[in-house]
Design a binder for this molecule. Structure first.
Ligand SMILES: [Zn+2]
Length: 389
């Protein structure tokens, strides 16, 4: 123990004695050796609505293939997010629109990006120096209360589903709307069991605390919080309490740290609380009118005004550190929420900046083996356990 402790001190001292640019260079070297996984981004919205070409370095936004490569993120989870004002079969239609938009990217650029539907796929695609895209769904309302729809999503290569978004649905409560069901209903529990059976990862970001505990009580497989942070450090309902982190560790799951300023920093949190309050207001639209509203929100809504908040890359490192202290090194990952957050931390403005976080973690004494787990190894383990080889 003593020798190990001395080694760690020596490592911190050695890393700390390097100049900032040397530290960053070392972090970049380590980053280039890891299989980088980011558990959540909202770039699919940009592909569908703005028709952006993610193979080019975009002048705006937070994520594209050149910046993924620069940041050492090889496996981005693209969320097919459908706002909760899409109801019933309309939510299914919108999911298919997003799925189709991402398919166009895969079809047009097979040399650069490929859909990954297993752990082995991920490893092969990354070895071929391409981006391994994982597709997820963000909101249980997108299955329209029909397990057949859920099963077909899985067959379309979608590997995870967040049980709710900002509002409760017919079978699960959300962390940002008043409780309707006291967690998961019987059908909600059936959804979790079905996801276990078909090899789809249960994502508990966005759900209420009670829904979280119900989900892990029912799930026989590890679950993820694809984009949540620490409530002890920033007290917002979207973050996880220490007790939830411990329960997640017991379940074998992983939490991907959300980089949204409010998720990491108390000053930024006050602003998000107001945004959440207004975002739960429902609009009553259907068909083309809801698509037009979604496009307007995407292009000129409050989330489109990106700013650097009070949070910094050090706050993100502190959250990773906290999760490791509470839940252990095997249960933390990255879930940036890039292109879905309005306030970014200084030093983590887009996905190309990921080595800054690696450098901040190394300054805290984390080794290359730790960084491998944090930056993707842990998420890959869950994919292997739940989705399969
Ligand atoms: Zn989200």
């Amino acid at each position: 123990m003593l020798r190990l402790g001395n080694c760690l001190l020596l490592f911190i001292f050695a890393f700390g004695s390097l100049s900032f640019s040397q530290q960053l260079e070392q972090a970049r070297r380590i980053q280039s050796n890891v299989l980088g996984i980011d558990g959540h981004n909202d770039t699919a919205q940009r592909v569908l609505i703005e028709h952006v070409d993610i193979t080019q370095r975009l002048p705006d936004g937070m994520l594209d293939i050149p910046r993924l490569r620069e940041g050492g993120v090889h496996v981005p989870f693209f969320a097919l997010w459908v706002p909760t004002y899409y109801h019933g079969s309309e939510a299914v239609r919108r999911t298919l629109d997003l799925r189709d938009a991402m398919q166009s990217v895969f079809d047009q650029h097979p040399d650069q990006i490929e859909l990954a539907t297993s752990a082995r796929d991920i490893e092969r695609i990354v070895r071929e120096k391409k981006i391994a895209a994982v597709l997820t769904i963000e909101g249980g309302h997108q299955i329209d209360n029909d397990l057949a729809v859920l099963r077909m999503y899985r067959r379309m290569g979608i590997l995870a589903m967040t049980l709710t978004h900002f509002r409760y649905n017919d079978w699960a409560d959300s962390s940002t709307s008043s409780p309707m069901h006291n967690g998961l209903t019987d059908f909600g529990k059936q959804v979790v069991r079905e996801m276990n059976a078909i090899g789809m990862i249960v994502d508990i970001s966005h759900v209420s605390d009670k829904t979280f505990y119900d989900a892990i009580a029912v799930s026989t497989k590890p679950v993820i919080a694809s984009h949540s942070s620490c409530r002890t450090l920033s007290d917002i309902p979207r973050n996880m309490t220490d007790d939830m982190l411990r329960a997640l560790a017991k379940n074998g799951g992983v939490v991907g740290v959300n980089f949204g300023g409010a998720f990491l920093n108390v000053e930024d949190a006050e602003e998000l609380k107001k945004a959440i309050a207004s975002s739960t207001a429902e609009v009553n639209l259907t068909g083309a009118a809801s698509d037009a509203y979604a496009a307007k929100e995407q292009i000129s809504g409050p989330e489109s005004q990106i700013k650097v908040g009070h949070a910094t890359v050090e706050d993100a490192a502190a959250c990773v550190d906290h999760i490791i202290k509470v839940a252990g090194i095997d249960h933390v990952g990255i879930g940036s929420d890039f292109d879905g957050i309005g306030t970014v931390p200084k030093g983590l403005e887009d996905v190309s900046k990921m080595p800054n976080l690696t450098a901040a973690l190394m300054k805290r004494g984390y080794t290359e083996a730790d960084i491998q787990k944090i930056m993707g190894g842990n998420f890959l383990r869950v994919i292997r356990e739940v989705v399969g080889q």
